[in-house]
Design a protein around this ligand. Structure first.
Ligand code: DX5
Ligand code: ZN
Length: 238
C-alpha cells in the first residue's frame, strides 16, 4: 500500500494558458494536485497584473480541490471578502503591505477562509513573531514575487527552518508553504527544511504535459517523504 502524503502539492496556474484554464486545472487535478495556487497581482505591489475575483469564481466552479489564493496586492483588505465569496479556501496576504496585519488575519478567518501571511525574500521572519500563533499557514517566498519561472533563492532553506521553529515555539503546527522556483532538484531540500505545501508553477505548466509533471511531483514528494520518515525514525531509535 502507498502511504498517504501529508505534504500537499499546489500547482500555480500562473504559467498556464489562461484561454484554456479549465483544461489546465483538470490536467493538474488528474495528476494529483492537492490545491490550486492562484497568483493575484495588481501591478503595484508587484510589477505584473494577473486576475481578480471574477476569474477566481470561474475557477472555483470547475475546480475539485481547494483554491489557495496568494494576494500580491496593495490594500488587500478591500478585496478579501470578494475573493472568499469567489471561492478562495485559503488566502495569503503579504506582511510588507499591511500596517494592521492582525486585523487582516482576523478578517480572513471571520469570513471562513484559512489565513496565511506571506513574506518576501528580504523580509525577516521576525515580522511574524506576534501573529504566528494566529496563522493557519505561512507562505515563504523563495523568489521575488511577480513572475513565474525564476530561480530559487538558496537562503530560503534556513528561512523555512526559522519559520518552523517560530511556529513550533508557539505550539502552532500550521503548514509552511514555499513559493517560487521549486523543481525536482530542490524539492527534497525544501521539504527537509519544513515546507509542507509546495507551490510549483513553471516546472509543471512549462513542461508541456502538466498532468504528467504533476504526477511526477506527487511521486517524488511521496518518495522523499518516506525517506524523511525513515530518517526521523532512525534518529528516534538512536
Ligand atoms: C511568484 C508567484 C509564484 C510563482 C511560482 O510571484 O507567487 O506562485 O508563480 O511559479 P514558479 O514555480 O515558476 O516560480
Ligand atoms: Zn504564489
Amino acid at each position: 500500500m502507498t502511504a498517504a502524503r501529508t505534504i500537499r502539492l499546489a500547482p500555480s496556474i500562473l504559467g498556464s494558458d489562461f484561454a484554456a484554464l479549465g483544461a489546465g486545472i483538470a490536467a493538474i487535478e488528474r495528476g494529483g494536485a492537492d490545491l490550486i495556487h492562484v497568483d493575484v497581482m495588481d501591478g503595484h505591489f508587484v510589477p505584473n497584473i494577473t486576475i481578480g475575483p471574477p476569474v477566481v469564481r470561474s475557477i472555483s466552479k470547475v475546480a475539485r480541490v481547494p483554491l489557495d489564493v496568494h494576494l500580491m496586492i496593495e490594500e488587500p483588505d478591500r478585496y478579501i471578502e470578494d475573493f472568499v465569496r469567489a471561492g478562495a479556501a485559503m488566502i495569503s496576504v503579504h506582511a510588507e503591505v499591511l500596517l494592521h496585519l492582525h486585523r487582516t488575519v482576523q478578517l480572513i478567518k471571520s469570513l471562513g477562509a484559512k489565513a496565511g501571511v506571506a513574506i518576501n525574500p528580504a523580509t525577516p521572519v521576525s515580522v511574524l513573531e506576534e501573529i504566528a500563533h494566529d496563522l493557519d499557514h505561512v507562505l515563504v517566498m523563495s523568489v521575488n514575487p511577480g513572475f513565474g519561472g525564476q530561480t530559487f533563492i538558496p537562503r530560503t532553506e534556513s528561512k523555512l527552518k526559522a519559520v518552523r521553529a517560530l511556529l513550533d515555539g508557539q505550539g502552532n503546527a500550521a503548514p509552511i508553504e514555499v513559493d517560487g522556483g521549486v523543481d525536482l532538484t530542490n524539492l527534497a531540500q525544501v521539504m527537509a527544511a519544513g515546507a509542507s505545501i509546495i507551490v510549483v508553477g513553471n516546472a509543471i505548466f512549462g513542461s508541456g504535459d502538466p498532468e504528467a509533471a504533476t504526477r511526477e511531483f506527487c511521486a517524488a514528494v511521496r518518495d522523499i517523504e518516506s525517506g524523511i520518515r525513515t530518517q526521523h525514525a532512525g534518529e528516534v531509535h538512536r
